[in-house]
Design a protein around this ligand. Structure first.
Ligand SMILES: NC(=O)c1ccc[n+]([C@@H]2O[C@H](COP(=O)([O-])OP(=O)(O)OC[C@H]3O[C@@H](n4cnc5c(N)ncnc54)[C@H](OP(=O)(O)O)[C@@H]3O)[C@@H](O)[C@H]2O)c1
Length: 325
């Protein structure tokens, strides 16, 4: 595809979709042309604010001339809408977690391959300027091979009716927060070979606070996620010649400190702009233009690795969603 303006359709007009629009506003060569969500009022309000066509059904959106869709519903419906969009010939950028489980993800990825269409999970941290600057810095001033990652996020200020607490919508801390932690561990330590998880449900049907430690090809990770404690939200990455702190909130990385064994301290400071989803979106649009069906950064294998970690953690904690055995 040449440099023509990419037409983006949106499925789901909630909180993150507004942030997506903040990002889209600064991405060249892409525009919102249509949106659909469950409630007509949501769509009308959204389109009233950002422009484009308010679709009254999913079919109407998928039959329109959008090149790609951004799926920003809740995890229970990600696979369903990804499959519908890929069948309709649309490229897909889908919010994390990509699906409810690995079996669903494999169906989505198989369709992406069979139809030569791009599928990418919206995993934002690696596209932030700070994260990229950190990786570039370590190439010339390394800390050695990373062998340990400690990271987590716990937010205790969500209202009780937040979808993150819903069993039917495949909520819970593991599903909603741990995709980021899984990404960080896999990105620095390679594929996971073992996982030990513990968590509690606190009267809800989904996990409210979970911890897990993982063994990877290149080391260990200790990770946490939760909704009933106030966590710091930084990340530690250790190598033989130094350690890195990505300061809170590490999943929207803007500052990092590298402490070297020889006493040197390097501070990296790279604020992000436009809400931060603009970076992954630029990458997604570039892939479409280049005719690529898989991101070299958020690869299909990486999405499978993240999902595999969530599946295993849930299995050990006895958290199964509807239809899972
Ligand atoms: N990348 C990030 O930084 C980030 C941050 C937060 C969340 N997320 C992810 O983004 C996703 C959405 O989170 P959110 O906080 O934006 O949720 P939200 O505010 O509840 O928004 C979800 C939207 O999807 C619509 N929707 C829900 N289920 C649907 C269904 N089955 N069919 C059609 N429309 C449906 C809702 O519908 P109506 O309004 O039409 O009823 C709502 O507009 C989650 O997967 C979450 O993990 C990502």
């Amino acid at each position: 595809m040449d440099n023509k303006q990419l037409k983006i359709g949106l499925i789901g007009c909630g909180r993150i979709s507004h942030r997506f629009m903040q990002g889209l506003a600064v991405v060249d060569g892409a525009e919102l042309t249509a949106a659909w969500s469950r409630r007509a009022e949501s769509v009308a309000e959204f389109i009233g604010k950002y422009g484009g066509k308010a679709c009254s059904s999913l079919d109407e959106l998928l039959q329109s001339d959008v090149d790609a869709v951004y799926i920003a519903t809740l995890p229970d419906s990600h696979a369903h809408y990804s499959i519908a969009a890929l069948r309709a010939g649309k490229h897909v950028l889908c919010e994390k977690p990509a699906t409810v489980n690995l079996a669903q993800l494999d169906d989505v990825l198989a369709l992406s391959k069979a139809n030569y269409l791009l599928f990418m999970e919206g995993m934002k941290p690696p596209f932030y300027p700070l994260y990229q600057k950190l990786k570039a810095h370590l190439k010339t001033d390394p800390i050695g091979a990373a062998g340990y990652v400690r990271a987590g996020s716990a937010v205790a200020d969500l209202s009780h009716d937040h979808p993150n607490f819903s069993y039917q919508l495949a909520g819970g801390a593991i599903m909603q927060i741990a995709p980021y932690e899984a990404f960080l561990a896999l990105d620095w330590l390679g594929p996971m070979t073992n996982l030990q998880a513990m968590g509690r449900f606190s009267g809800k049907e989904v996990d409210m606070f979970s911890i897990f430690q993982t063994l990877h090809d290149n080391g260990y990770a200790q990770l946490y996620c939760g909704f009933d404690l106030h966590g710091k939200g930084d990340a530690l990455i250790s190598g033989p010649s130094g350690y890195i702190t990505i300061h809170q909130n590490w999943w929207n990385p803007a500052k990092a400190t590298i402490n070297y064994l020889d006493g040197r301290i390097v501070e990296l400071d790279e604020p992000y702009t436009a809400g931060g989803l603009n970076y992954e979106l630029s990458h997604f649009c570039e892939l479409i233009r280049n005719g690529q069906t898989e991101s070299p950064i958020i690869t299909h294998d990486l999405s499978r690795g993240m999902m595999g970690m969530l599946d295993e953690a849930r299995k050990q904690m006895g958290l199964r969603f509807e239809g899972e055995v």
